[in-house]
Ligand binder design. Structure first.
Ligand SMILES: Nc1nc2c(ncn2[C@@H]2O[C@H](COP(=O)(O)OP(=O)(O)OP(=O)(O)O)[C@@H](O)[C@H]2O)c(=O)[nH]1
Ligand SMILES: Nc1nc2c(ncn2[C@@H]2O[C@H](COP(=O)(O)OP(=O)(O)OP(=O)(O)O)[C@@H](O)[C@H]2O)c(=O)[nH]1
Ligand SMILES: [Mg+2]
Ligand SMILES: [Mg+2]
Lengths: 275, 293
């Protein structure tokens, strides 16, 4: 598989297919990219096709995205996504990062549904030494959000990070619950939520695109976070999502601790696929 | 759907003659693409198509159905045959006396919730399960399991004072015997299949407990890495079955085919919701219609 210089053979094409499909790029995008790799490689000066593949993927991804701005007081960030993707852990990682940048961060425990959800975020907030607003088990998450915004105002927080319950994008009533939270935020703080980030598990295959479409349609996402990139999955679905919905991939999760969150780097992503 | 695509590829084949390698090659390509689009692993799809092609070649083209329909039927039957477990292997094998189930899998796959669901089901079947909190890492994992235990009415064994999961499991078994429980449901922490140290923790847990079932809990939406994940857990532990979770979504479920094909282990149960009653027996035919779209 490693860099054979010169023209692409049928065996090379099969290898390319295996790498791209194996990275969860999906069939359609894989075939389109292979066509592009072929023409780049033909036009090239006989360098290895790995370099052509890297450049095509980088072209597809575009430049490293801008760091999100946190200008509003409070800047309200929603973390949404399907069950088990890593929202709660990512909320803690983001709180840690921004706290270390000198921001006053407040957490909102808006997963009032799942067993142990509030307790889980409580552990994180204790480790962080920051405040958190929580409601009763099974309280209306929109009411917890409302209280959290009030508290953020009162404490002059720079940032309010809202953790939400996991939900499948196919569940209309649960998506409506999130839509309501967006409205509540917008009425309480003009422009809120300022960031609505979809948390995606890198192990997810084609369904990731469907998740992104539905969450985007419901809420208007502003970015993606791909977690569990420390595993063996390459997270290729993020390329299709970025392409189709124009959503920047902002962060990747690389483990279970505070510091295991990095800004997404397209260069590193392309090199991991085609070293 | 696959059926319509295959109708097109066979437009030129009349209702006579045999299915040959040349006249079915385009159909085989369509089948491979359909499987890949359903998240079936690249190599598993290729191998499956090769096997299916061999089954097709030489078959007489029947007069009663179109060649496209005939190929679809062969694919359908091959998939059903692959996904169906052999007899008693399909169900949970929990003998009388103290039966032990070990739940394993990647982070967030649904192990803890499935442990609660399984307890609820076993109680309804007249058994007396005890839940064992062997996830000593995730914040509030023990709280989560204890809440589920309360909800279903099953005792939960936990020990917040130690990180030795083997000791926790051994102690749990003693207490379970004293309380006349007859099933031990052991929840473990999510882990990467490439984390040798944590995989070794599971091996030590297995060696201590000698479980009757080692269930790999996996998200139905898992992509191409389903193969390497299932293989690693299976090679290390000897998985006895797979639980496919979040099948209440719209993931196609190709991961199920990949895991079954590569480990030979059956899908025993499926998670179909967040509530504790949302656990079903696996139906191969339903998964196959989902795969073929
Ligand atoms: N290896 C690894 N594990 C992660 C990462 N992000 C989250 N996890 C783990 O994934 C599991 C689920 O994380 P949670 O933060 O509870 O996920 P969630 O989206 O909040 O889950 P729900 O609220 O139940 O929908 C936990 O075991 C986390 O430690 C990551 O980047 N890498
Ligand atoms: N919709 C749906 N959600 C599920 C299903 N099974 C589990 N979940 C949800 O998936 C999320 C993760 O479930 P957990 O049981 O915490 O997963 P886990 O494997 O124990 O996670 P870790 O211990 O962090 O590895 C939770 O939000 C569950 O409610 C299912 O079948 N359908
Ligand atoms: Mg959560
Ligand atoms: Mg768990």
């Amino acid at each position: 598989l490693l860099g054979k210089p010169g023209r692409l053979t049928d065996a090379d094409i099969e290898d390319l297919e295996e790498v791209l499909i194996g990275a969860d790029f999906g069939v359609g995008l894989t075939f389109r990219l292979i066509e592009q790799i072929r023409s780049v490689e033909k036009a090239g000066s006989g360098g290895d096709w790995m370099a052509a593949a890297r450049s095509v993927v980088l072209e597809e991804l575009g430049p490293k995205p801008q760091m999100p701005t946190m200008q509003a007081t409070p800047t309200v960030v929603f973390l949404v996504g399907v069950n088990g993707a890593g929202k709660t852990t990512t909320a803690a990682k983001l709180a840690w990062r921004y706290k270390n940048e000198g921001k006053a961060v407040l957490l909102a425990a808006c997963d009032t549904f799942r067993a142990g959800a509030i307790e889980q975020l409580r552990v994180w907030r204790e480790r962080l030494g920051i405040s958190m607003v929580e409601g009763a088990y099974r309280a209306d998450p929109a009411s917890v959000l409302f209280e959290a915004i009030a508290k953020a105002r009162e404490e002059r927080s720079d940032m309010l990070i809202v953790d939400t319950a996991g939900r499948l994008h196919t569940k209309r009533n649960l998506m409506a619950e999130l839509e309501k939270m967006v409205r509540v935020a917008g009425r309480a703080v003009p422009g809120a939520p300022h960031h609505t980030w979809l948390v995606l598990d890198a192990n997810t295959g084609g369904n990731a695109i469907q998740q992104a479409r539905q969450f985007h349609q419901s809420l208007g996402l502003t970015g993606l976070i791909v977690t569990k990139m420390d595993g063996t999955s390459k997270g290729g679905a993020l390329v299709s999502i970025q392409k189709e919905l124009g959503l920047p991939v902002l962060w990747i999760g690389l483990g279970e601790a505070f510091e295991d969150l990095e800004a997404f780097d397209p260069q590193q992503f392309a090199e991991a696929l085609f070293p | 759907a696959l059926g319509e695509k295959l109708q097109k590829t066979f437009r030129n084949l009349r209702g006579r003659g045999k299915l040959s390698e040349s006249n079915i090659s385009q159909a085989m390509r369509e089948i491979r693409l359909a499987l890949l689009e359903a998240d079936v692993n690249f190599r598993v799809a290729r191998d499956f198509v090769a096997t299916t092609q061999a089954k097709c070649i030489g078959q007489e083209v029947l007069n009663s159905i179109t060649p496209g329909q005939q190929v679809v039927k062969i694919v359908h039957d091959e998939l059903i045959a692959l996904m169906s477990g052999e007899g008693k292997d399909q169900a949970l094998n929990l003998p009388g006396g103290m039966a032990t189930v070990l739940m394993v899998g990647l982070h967030g796959s649904g192990k803890t919730t499935t442990t609660g669901k399984l307890a609820k089901r076993l109680i309804a079947e007249g058994r007396k399960p005890m839940l064992v909190a062997c996830d000593v890492y995730r914040p509030a994992a023990i709280d989560q399991l204890e809440t589920l235990g309360q909800e279903v009415g099953a005792p939960v064994y936990s020990d917040r004072a130690t990180q030795d999961v083997v000791a926790i499991a051994a102690a749990a078994r003693k207490v379970a015997l004293q309380q006349e429980c007859n099933v031990l449901l052991v929840d473990t922490a999510g882990r990467l299949h490439i984390d040798d140290e944590l995989i070794d923790e599971l091996v030590r847990l297995r060696d201590k407990l000698k479980p009757h079932e080692i269930l790999l809990v996996a998200d139905a939406a898992t992509g191409q890495e389903a193969v390497s994940i299932a293989e690693r857990f299976d090679k290390a532990l000897g998985v006895t079955g797979v639980v496919l979770t979040r099948l209440d979504g719209d993931a196609r479920g190709g991961a199920a085919l990949s895991m079954r094909a590569v480990t030979g282990k059956p899908i025993k149960l499926v998670g179909v919701g967040e509530k504790l009653d949302a656990l079903d027996v696996f139906h191969p035919d339903r998964l196959v219609s989902r795969l073929l779209g």
